[in-house]
Design a protein around this ligand. Structure first.
Ligand SMILES: Cc1ncc(COP(=O)(O)O)c(C=O)c1O
Length: 339
């Protein structure tokens, strides 16, 4: 059995022992099958390949100091996957099936759960796609649900470093009445041009604006956006962004810390007023933002001038991570132990 260098694990894919698969056919879900193959056999006319009938989720399992394996708000991922499936007319994965597959795949791959203190975690990727053959544009009649896991290293290897972002002025991620609130592959395909252009320009990622008016902040690459001013945590309200589970949790934590919260449209011009800004999501929890460049008027908004993340940002980050690893009590009922 190979040994894993937990400390140097990349934030990327590492093969594990097992994944689970389940097929929806003739109007019902079949049994969960255990596989040790990393590959799938897929029909050449599958609707997932041609018409983007696909949705996925991303969550993590954390090894605590006490040797217990913790999951963070997995119920929200199960619910969001149902919403995403319905958003592109796929058979949703029933909540109980999601739960059974999730706990089973973790238990089957226990040896890949990184030890406490390594900064690494077990990333869990549930995936649903149209596997039935169709040629005309219509929903397929067969769907495949897969759940695989992979250990991932910490997002920030040498500690948290504030990132530079560029506002995307010529690429939209999602339209107001489109699929932005669903976690479907098409949104990520739509965002690629902007993300690659940002990276080529030396930025960590891009900030998408509302597609209709280009006036308000939508999302920050594959993460939600927040800004902090006057002891208030402010995050966009938009009909084209993913409802981040990390963001909803930060809002609750902030309120319990006596920080006010607002979810409302954030005009780009308000960037000049924030004391701290950041991106939040499962991958990094919080990525503090150092600078935002707006190519429209060559304006640069600067935060954390000495390259140190803001005080409130770090308070929120530490609290959430402590709950996820079980270092602090979870007063919210967010944690499930994997027995
Ligand atoms: C587009 C997008 N927005 C926001 C998020 C953050 O969501 P969560 O906190 O549920 O991981 C993600 C990552 O899942 C994402 O892909």
């Amino acid at each position: 059995m190979e040994t894993i260098d937990w400390k140097n694990l990349p934030f990327g894919y590492t093969k594990t022992d097992y994944n689970l698969r389940c097929i929806y056919k003739d109007g019902k879900w079949g049994p969960i099958e255990v596989s040790s193959s990393e590959y799938i056999d897929i029909h050449i006319a599958a609707t997932g390949l041609h018409y983007g009938q696909e949705a996925f989720e991303g969550l993590k399992a954390y090894m605590g100091k006490d040797g217990k394996i913790r999951l963070f708000r997995w119920e929200e991922n199960a619910k969001r996957m149902i919403l995403s499936a319905k958003g592109v007319i796929m058979a949703p994965v029933p909540f109980e099936l999601f739960k059974e597959a999730l706990f089973r795949v973790i238990n089957l791959n226990r040896r890949f759960i990184p030890p406490y203190g390594s900064g690494a975690t077990l990333y869990i990727r549930p995936l649903l796609y149209g596997s039935g053959a169709e040629v005309g544009v219509k929903p397929g009649s067969e769907y495949t649900f897969i759940i695989f896991v992979t250990p991932v290293g910490p997002y920030f290897k040498g500690g948290i470093v504030p990132l530079n972002m560029i506002i995307s002025r010529d690429v939209d991620r999602a339209a107001p009445m489109g699929t932005g609130t669903f976690k479907v592959g098409g949104n990520y395909a739509a965002s690629m041009r902007a993300i690659v252009a940002a990276r080529n320009g030396g930025y960590a990622n891009t900030i998408f604006l509302d597609a209709k008016e280009k006036k308000y902040i939508d999302e920050c690459g594959p993460a939600n956006f927040f800004g902090i001013k006057n002891n208030t945590y402010i995050t966009p309200k938009s009909e084209s962004i993913l409802n981040s589970i990390t963001n909803m949790s930060l809002i609750e934590i902030a309120e319990n810390m006596g920080i006010k919260t607002e979810r409302r449209p954030i005009p780009v011009t308000e960037l000049a007023e924030f004391e701290e800004v950041g991106a939040c999501g499962t991958a990094a929890v919080i990525s503090p933002i150092a600078k935002i460049f707006d190519p429209d008027d060559n304006k640069v908004y600067e935060y954390c001038l000495s390259c140190v993340p803001g005080e409130i940002t770090m308070k929120l980050y530490k609290k959430l991570v402590s709950i996820q690893y079980g270092d602090e009590a979870d007063p919210y009922g967010w944690i499930s132990i994997v027995e």
